[in-house]
Design a protein around this ligand. Structure first.
Ligand code: C2E
Ligand code: MG
Ligand code: MG
Ligand code: MG
Length: 275
């Protein structure tokens, strides 16, 4: 009996502590945008033939005053749940366009857009505003969405995606192969690019089945006029295999980790560049 009560006493403070900590994180998250605590890192894409940098993906981080650099996996879901992803997502688009406008060789910039940013109809307007303010050519911006965006309210999401494409902005399907019904989505929307998920790239050189899947994705993409990019490339063997398979673009730690804007080396030098 005494032991039972002891067990209860042991768990309650623990759960309490977890809840309190989460509550504090939510509080911090609410003020993070106003305190300018978010930062974008950029991870290059390279051409499979020749290795030139063709663009970069913008990846958000939260510079928390106590916790340090918080990964998006740890706060994006919380931001979505708390209804904060709209303004944070708009900030990402604004900053990514402003940064890319400085890149000398006209490389593209990709932004990840949460399915929840499709809930209201403000996304095309947010994008247009960011393009206008930065002067970035629309074709240099690419929006990355996952299949989940097309699950909830596919018709509304497709309508918004079409508006975005009509502006000349590119649309890419991220993490391809991890969701379901992928093929029907490909038929319903003309993506510019498909990003093959890291899970298929990982065992590419040791597993025949992954090689078969990557080839099949390539054939489908080619047939539909879409290009393919492989994410999470970590070894030269993977890169070579993907190049031979006809993958146009590669991305992964083999080429570069995500970097702070000033570490990228794509921007113009001189007074035009902010500190
Ligand atoms: P994602 O869009 O699929 O991004 C790829 C993730 O894989 C990134 O993690 C990247 O750093 C990591 N990665 C890249 N190359 C390699 C590699 O060679 N090996 C391994 N092991 N990992 C690699 P990150 O930056 O932590 O982002 C995680 C996810 O958070 C992203 O997945 C994306 O879904 C989400 N995310 C990031 N930034 C944003 C944002 O601004 N808005 C929204 N809504 N989501 C974001
Ligand atoms: Mg992405
Ligand atoms: Mg991805
Ligand atoms: Mg991924």
């Amino acid at each position: 009996k005494a032991e039972g009560r002891g067990t209860v006493r042991f768990f309650e403070p623990e759960m309490d502590r977890k809840l309190q900590e989460r509550e504090r994180l939510v509080q911090d998250l609410r003020g993070a945008l106003g305190r300018d605590e978010f930062v974008l890192h950029f991870q290059p894409y390279v051409s499979a033939e020749g290795g030139a940098v063709t663009g970069c993906e913008a990846l958000i981080r939260w510079r928390h005053p106590v916790r340090g650099l918080v990964s998006p996996a740890d706060f994006v879901p919380l931001a979505e749940e708390q209804g904060l992803i709209g303004p944070i997502g708009a900030w990402v688009i604004e900053r990514a366009c402003a940064e890319a406008a400085r890149w000398e060789a006209g490389q593209r910039v990709s932004v990840n857009v949460s399915p929840l940013q499709f809930r209201d109809r403000s996304l095309p307007g947010t994008i247009l505003e960011a393009l206008t303010r930065s002067g970035l050519a629309p074709w240099r911006l690419e929006v990355e969405v996952t299949e989940t965006v097309l699950i909830d309210d596919a018709d509304a999401a497709l309508d918004i995606l079409r508006q975005i494409r009509a502006m000349g902005v590119r649309v890419a399907l991220d993490d391809f192969g991890t969701g379901y019904s992928s093929l029907s989505y490909l038929r319903r929307f003309p993506f510019n690019k498909i990003k093959i998920d890291r899970s298929f790239v990982q065992d590419l050189t040791s597993r025949d089945d992954n090689r078969v899947i990557v080839r099949a994705i390539r054939d489908i993409a080619k047939g539909l006029g879409m290009t393919i990019t492989a994410e999470g490339v970590e070894t030269t063997e993977q890169a070579e295999q993907l190049r031979l398979t006809g993958c146009e673009e590669l991305q992964g730690y083999l080429f570069s980790r995500p970097l702070a804007a000033d570490q990228l080396g794509l921007g113009e030098a001189g007074p035009g560049r902010a500190a």
